[in-house]
Design a protein around this ligand. Sequence first.
Ligand SMILES: Cc1cc2nc3c(=O)[nH]c(=O)nc-3n(C[C@H](O)[C@H](O)[C@H](O)COP(=O)(O)OP(=O)(O)OC[C@H]3O[C@@H](n4cnc5c(N)ncnc54)[C@H](O)[C@@H]3O)c2cc1C
Length: 318
Amino acid sequence: MSKVFILAEVTNGHIAKSTGELATFAKRIGSVTAIVLNGKDAALEAELANYSIDEVRFLSGVDFNSYSAAASASAISALITAEGPTALLISSTAQGKEIAARVSVRTKSGIITDAIDLDSNLIATQSVFGGSTTVHSKVNSPCAVVTLRPNSIEVVSVASTFTVLESSVTEAELGANSTRDRVLSVAAAVSGGRPELTEAKIIVSGGRGTNGDFGAVEAIADALGAAVGASRAATDAGWYPHSHQVGQTGKTVSPSVYMACGISGAIQHRAGMQTSKLIVAINKDPDAPIFDIADFGVVGDLFNVLPQATAAILAKKA
Ligand SMILES: Cc1cc2nc3c(=O)[nH]c(=O)nc-3n(C[C@H](O)[C@H](O)[C@H](O)COP(=O)(O)OP(=O)(O)OC[C@H]3O[C@@H](n4cnc5c(N)ncnc54)[C@H](O)[C@@H]3O)c2cc1C
């Protein structure tokens, strides 16, 4: 049976949902080994038991967080060389893609980045040119390195029992080139208490139609427990941080509900949110392209519609 490695993503001390997504993809291909950097951790082990995983491999001995991606790539590459998995799946984050690229070079493996699907024959699907073109491709080298966009698959949660292994590595084994850069400090981004954009079940996004006033968007987001997103027009104007941009050059999201407020629905915006389960659009232009993909639409001024909707939601919750 093929063995597939997935790199567990740990966010704020917890296994990120994207790890469950990688496990779900990997299970289509073969037995799943989750690699966890930074040593054995009972709490992380318990969280991994929610997903279809056959083996958990803790890499210990050094603090990977204190090195750049090169150190993680070095340790993972050594494991691939020793165990010869069919594939390594990593989440398509900036850090994930850097590790994937380095592992690909070190192990002479082919790489596919930003895939949105991966079938049992390791054929990956990518959505390119703003979602207008779908590409299917496959790596021919013995190990395929594939990064998968978060929220591309519904996590299959099955309580699993797995073998737990711990491999200790030393700084010398990682190599001088991989440990030359040191991380001196890390500052967590201020999230304002709202859910992370890529993890949120509900996202309310604002565009140029807000005219820079995100108050109504934030108010309904808070009433719904939602994350706040923005179009590039809004982030380029400096109205909202670039880290909240949804779209081709921003984040790809696939929440249960996506509310687009004062967003026209340009192809580059749609590329980042069109796989949302339910799309709600509020726009004063009845011909706005966002209505073509919306499940529910309100033609109206967001400054009239949103406060009324927020009041109704709060009244229902009271
Ligand atoms: C290479 C490239 C990459 C790009 N990447 C991205 C990306 O990642 N994400 C992204 O979003 N864009 C991206 N863009 C930009 C994209 O093409 C659009 O310009 C952008 O999405 C438009 O943002 P918008 O919908 O907020 O603004 P507009 O297109 O100006 O639309 C504003 C909408 O608000 C409505 N409106 C105005 N006032 C109100 C009101 N009071 N109430 C209700 N509705 C109102 C208007 O009717 C209009 O439909 C990219 C472009 C390029 C070329």
